[in-house]
Ligand binder design. Structure first.
Ligand code: HEM
Length: 484
């Protein structure tokens, strides 16, 4: 049974899932157009689209050794740096990937460390509530809040407040520009002009990040043996040594790619998911009211991390949003030389004679499988409450795969816990601070826009926000909220 519906070849995909085909073939076209370096070539065979949960679990989790490589042609910084400076997303499986990934997951993003960042979150929330309260656009405000939190984790609170809001916003804009640089169509922009644009963006990233890195490096060099353990992501990257590759340090080029990934992919995925969640709460006022009752029941003031564990409905709302609208549309793997063996794992003939094949695991389809999720298109957080079909869902997909918004296997997202925490934190406090109502004459439109890397709302969320008297989530000036 699990082999049914599992694989759609490039050809058959047209008839069965037209829009998925378009997305995947767009990705593939890009993959085929760009030569990849370091033996990471992708897309010389036909793409394989996988929309079956059991097949995805077998491939990504049980047989993960055959599915370790991601086509670098689908990663922003690999494209901008023309495959010269890898980050975690683009790195071939090996010593550098292992060192960089472990440094992120077991270091600054370890749940025990992220949990402690109360003040960082409160500062971002203060600015967010201030901006939304003064009518700023929802999408931009959510994005900046998440970006601000990650920027503090990356550079430290001191460096971020020294930068100031205007320069931080400029940095955020540059990161978004780099994502847009990939969506520019070859029909509109000639390739030489796209190449120049991308080179200019990469140069701007270097000019922005490297002076900040140099300051940190100088400070740590001066401190010598008595330097404190790395507290920020940049500090940890400066200290990092790549075992298995001559214990070398991370190069400046790699540093730029790693910082760009942290601020870019980390912020965009969370902010996109937040916008989908708030849109559904506007669309479904009864669900919003139920959530507000839970939020208000935990007490006064800002909802903090320890409160979140007492809020099962909040978690259910966030999970339902990730199931129904996973911000990342698909997970890609490059089968490399192991194409035939891996095709066997997928339960389909490879038979292309190609040395490489790109596989796309379709996250939206997996989360909307009617065999697992009755009435899959409806937004119903109750699925994740006791007795529901989503109760106790394992987002790491280790035991079983019911949905996989964070991917699965050895290359699954190392930001899972951070992403979930930020989503729950901002959703809870935004529901406490405001009533989110439909904007007059402007019904929420849940239509999707399939971007190069993310599935966003086609029309940015507009809502009428009514501040809630004594229960506003605005933070005090000592927290730094609203005090830029
Ligand atoms: C709601 C938030 C997020 C979602 C839905 C999400 C989703 C994903 C997905 C689907 C993948 C691909 C996994 C695979 O190929 O199996 C991924 C990879 C990755 N994500 Fe996230 N992500 C989120 C937040 C974050 C954050 C906050 C960070 C870091 C600041 C982050 C850093 C990464 C990195 C570095 C990878 C590459 C992992 C590797 O290749 O080893 N993500 N993410």
């Amino acid at each position: 049974m699990d082999q049914l519906i599992s694989m759609l070849s490039h050809a058959s995909g047209i008839a069965i899932l037209p829009f998925l085909f378009l997305t995947a073939s767009f990705l593939l076209t890009l993959a085929q157009r760009r030569p990849s370096g370091g033996g990471q070539g992708a897309g010389h065979g036909r793409p394989i689209l996988v929309a079956d949960r059991a097949v995805s679990h077998r491939a990504l989790v049980q047989q993960s050794a055959a599915f370790l490589e991601r086509p670098t042609s689908a990663v922003v910084s690999a494209i901008l740096s023309r495959n010269r400076h890898y980050n975690i997303l683009s790195a071939p499986y090996g010593p550098y990937w292992r060192a960089a990934r472990r440094n992120m997951a077991a270091g600054v993003l370890h749940p025990s460390r992220v949990r402690l960042l109360h003040a960082t979150r409160a500062r971002a929330l203060g600015v967010l509530v201030r901006d939304l309260g003064s009518g700023a656009p929802v999408r931009e405000s959510l994005h900046f809040a998440v970006f601000r939190v990650l920027a503090e984790i990356c550079f430290g609170e001191g460096a971020v407040s020294e930068l100031g809001e205007a320069r931080l916003r400029a940095m955020e804009k540059l990161q978004q520009e780099t994502l847009r640089a990939l969506t520019s169509s070859s029909f509109i922009t000639p390739s030489w002009s796209r190449r120049r644009w991308r080179q200019a963006l990469r140069r701007q990233q270097e000019e922005l990040f490297l002076p900040l890195v140099a300051e940190v490096r100088d400070r740590r060099r001066e401190a010598g043996d008595v330097a404190a353990p790395a507290a920020t992501y940049v500090e940890s990257l400066i200290d990092l040594r790549v075992h298995g590759d001559g214990d070398r340090a991370v190069t400046d080029g790699e540093l730029v790619s790693l910082i760009s990934e942290f601020l870019g992919a980390g912020a965009e995925s969370t902010a996109v998911a937040l916008e989908w969640t708030m849109a559904n709460l506007v669309k479904h006022p009864k669900l919003q009211q139920k959530l507000r009752l839970e939020v208000d029941a935990v007490g006064e003031g800002v909802i903090e991390e320890p409160d979140l564990s007492r809020m099962p409905y909040l978690k259910a709302v966030v999970l339902e949003s990730l199931r129904r609208h996973p911000p990342v549309p698909s997970v890609e793997r490059d089968l490399g030389g192991g194409g035939e063996e891996a095709a066997g794992v997928l339960g389909a003939p490879c038979g292309t004679g190609a040395t490489t094949t790109a596989v796309h695991f379709l996250l939206g389809e997996l989360g909307r499988d009617p065999a697992m999720w009755p009435d899959p298109m409806s937004f119903d957080p109750e699925r994740f409450m006791p007795g529901g079909e989503g109760e106790g869902v394992d987002l790491t997909c280790t035991r079983e795969l019911r949905m996989m918004p964070f991917g699965a296997g050895r290359r699954m997202c190392p930001g899972l816990a951070t992403g979930m925490l930020h989503m729950e934190y901002f959703v809870a406090n935004l529901v406490r601070a405001f009533e989110w109502r439909q904007a007059d004459g402007d019904e929420v439109d849940l239509a999707e826009f399939q971007g190069f890397l993310f599935t966003t709302m086609r029309r940015p969320l507009r809502a009428r926000l009514v501040p809630r008297g004594g229960k506003t989530a605005a933070t005090s000036p000592e927290d730094g909220g609203g005090d830029w």
